[in-house]
Design a binder for this molecule. Structure first.
Ligand code: ADP
Ligand code: ADP
Length: 227
């Protein structure tokens, strides 16, 4: 469903992605590992159009997303993203953070959007916090709200960019639990993380990046048996 064909990405003269050829399939949970600066974040930011590729093709459901004629807003509805630093709207409540995009982008009616948001909050076990503001929540709770917000657009794939790296150790587990539940439900996920437990136990496939290249692309089972 997502395919990189001979993709290169430069920041000025810096070669950040080097001839990337990779395909991400529906229902698959892929973890991307690799040292800091190896291009992991750049790779997934290209998928939702936060970064533009310099050369090659990037297809989502067969549509070349960096074509001038492609509507990037439509792509972003299909590709949800969860960031390291949550990126919640600080002056909106938890519930409003989740309903905003469905109401304004998908033109959902308000009642329907609220009903859906409440279901999602139940799923991430935060329904009781729906009227609070982000700064009243722990890091783990904020990240669970961010996941619920990502899901509210009914995306075909959810991207995670180091979702637990900014969290206190005691709240990491609650976020990984929500992510494992999603994986079990068949959500297509691409996850940049340093959480080896998640990579080993939850993901189907592990990519290892170094210096802008994908050096390994293997079923997680074999990656962790024979690293
Ligand atoms: P990772 O996620 O693996 O840590 P990144 O994709 O964030 O790596 O970054 C890859 C390389 O590209 C790093 O050397 C980083 O400094 C550089 N880079 C990332 N974003 C930019 C940018 N906007 N401008 C210039 N260089 C960047
Ligand atoms: P995060 O890990 O939360 O994504 P980063 O520090 O990796 O935060 O990146 C924050 C922003 O800075 C991103 O938009 C990224 O593209 C940009 N960035 C990262 N490295 C560089 C760099 N070397 N030069 C310029 N911009 C960069």
């Amino acid at each position: 469903m997502i395919e990189f064909k001979n993709v290169n990405k430069y920041y000025g003269s810096f070669h950040a992605l080097k001839n990337i050829n990779v395909r991400f399939n529906q229902g698959e949970v892929t973890v991307i590992l690799g040292p800091s600066g190896s291009g992991k974040s750049t790779l997934i930011r290209c998928i939702n159009g936060l970064e533009e590729i310099s050369e090659g093709e990037l297809l989502i459901e067969g549509v070349n997303i960096h074509d001038k004629n492609t509507n990037i807003n439509l792509i972003r509805q299909e590709v949800g993203m969860v960031f390291q630093h949550f990126n919640l709207y600080p002056h909106k409540t938890v519930l409003e953070n989740i309903t905003l995009a469905p109401i304004f982008k998908l033109k959902k009616n308000k009642t329907e959007a609220i009903e859906q948001a409440e279901k999602l909050l139940e799923k991430v076990q935060l329904l009781d916090k729906k009227d609070m503001y982000p700064n009243q929540l722990s890091g783990g709770q904020k990240q669970r709200v961010a996941i619920a917000r990502g899901l509210a657009m009914n995306p075909k794939v959810l991207l995670f960019d180091e979702p637990t790296s900014a969290l206190d150790p005691e709240t990491i587990g609650e976020v990984l639990k929500v992510m494992s539940d999603l994986a079990k439900e068949g959500m297509t996920m691409i996850v940049v993380t340093h959480e080896m437990g998640f990579a080993r136990e939850v993901s189907d496939r592990t990519l290892f990046m170094s210096d802008g290249e994908i050096l390994e692309d293997r079923p997680s089972e074999s990656f962790f048996l024979d690293p």
